[in-house]
Write a protein that binds this ligand. Structure first.
Ligand code: SF4
Length: 341
């Protein structure tokens, strides 16, 4: 947990980003998690299996197998990890759950509420949430965020509830989770953070802007069958929406990039990687350019090739970097690394 070399979490000043894993566990859901015949596959699953022995952090969450390991599908919120970003004072760009999927079906809504509560309490950071469960993400937002939020006011040491206005008067589940987190960590009631608290007369009022301006939401789109996730993402309230086309497994054809702010592209790396055709990336780079969407080519993967093909019989390109991550080796037109503004 902490610093990461993942390029798309870098800060605008080039500083290293961070990962934060408040959720433990996962299970494979689509080809992006791994192909048939043990091609490619989830790096998190491999790491988890390695630490799944008795007394180890992933005991019960993953198992060793003849082919390197398997998630068991058990999911849990890790209390010790939950509040980590509250303790990081320096602003960071943070990849949330690099080792899991926040919107996994086996995770209760209340756990997701708490993760969003911590993000609400950390306006100094930018959080990047990436999921393959776009439908659950859409449902969770619809069910947990809709309605008009109530405000809670702090008067000296007293907490006073202001009734919500609007249609439903229902309080955001996330705000309820914020109170729970603050109860567990009373030091966070410090009202000196001007980004979160504002003076109104003699009162300190906690400010929430919905959707949270410091949270980016993204979905993985590794092949054409996964394109409907883009519509789910578009229907979800978010300050910034991004697509992660990694590992890109085939050409995606035409993309509707309405409401999308950034597209990340990458070929697969690691043992038994699947091939990646530069044409697939070129098509996406071109569409981003035409739509004014930021594009970020992360890596060409372990098996880049010149000619698109559903099999591996394309014309391979030899690169020195094993992940194809050194852009000085790339064709010039693919050297694109943009962030949303
Ligand atoms: S969703 Fe992500 S973490 Fe979960 S199995 Fe797939 S690749 Fe791994």
């Amino acid at each position: 947990m902490g610093k990461t070399s993942i390029e798309w979490t870098r800060g605008d000043d080039g500083s290293a980003g961070a990962t934060w894993n408040p959720i433990r566990g996962c299970s494979r859901i689509t080809p992006g998690c791994g192909g048939p015949n043990h091609q490619g596959g989830c790096y998190a699953e491999k790491i988890a299996a390695r630490f799944s022995g008795p007394g180890q952090p992933f005991e019960g969450f993953a198992e060793r197998s003849a082919h390197g390991g398997r998630w068991t599908g058990k999911m849990a919120l890790v209390d010790d990890m939950l509040t980590l970003p509250l303790r990081w004072k320096r602003p960071r760009r943070i990849f949330v759950n690099s080792m899991s999927d926040l919107f996994h079906d086996n995770l209760p809504d209340e756990a997701i509420d708490k993760v969003f509560a911590v993000m609400a309490l950390c306006p100094q950071h930018t959080f990047q949430v990436l999921t393959k469960r776009a439908d659950r993400m859409r449902t969770w937002f619809a069910e947990r965020w809709q309605g008009t939020p109530a405000q809670r006011i702090k008067v000296g040491r007293e907490i006073v509830d202001i009734p919500a206005g609007g249609e439903t008067g229902r309080k955001h589940q996330v705000e309820i989770a914020v109170e729970a987190v603050l109860e567990d960590f009373p030091k966070m009631t410090d009202t000196s953070n001007d980004d979160l608290w504002t003076d109104a007369g003699s009162l300190k009022i906690r400010q929430y802007k919905w959707p949270l301006p410091n949270v980016w939401l993204g979905v993985s789109v590794e092949d054409r069958a996964r394109k409907p996730r883009i519509a789910d993402l578009r229907a979800t309230p978010a300050a910034i929406r991004f697509l992660s086309c990694e590992p890109l497994l085939e050409g995606l054809g035409e993309l509707d990039l309405t409401g999308i702010h950034q597209v990340i592209i990458g070929g697969e790396s690691g043992p038994r990687s699947r091939p990646f055709a530069l044409e697939w990336a070129r098509s996406i780079v071109g569409q981003c350019k035409a739509s004014g969407v930021a594009c970020f080519v992360k890596q060409l993967g372990a098996k880049p090739g010149d000619r698109p093909s559903p099999q591996s019989c394309h014309e391979p390109i030899k690169l020195k970097d094993r992940k194809g991550g050194d852009w000085s080796e790339w064709p010039e037109d693919l050297r694109v690394r943009e962030f949303p503004t």
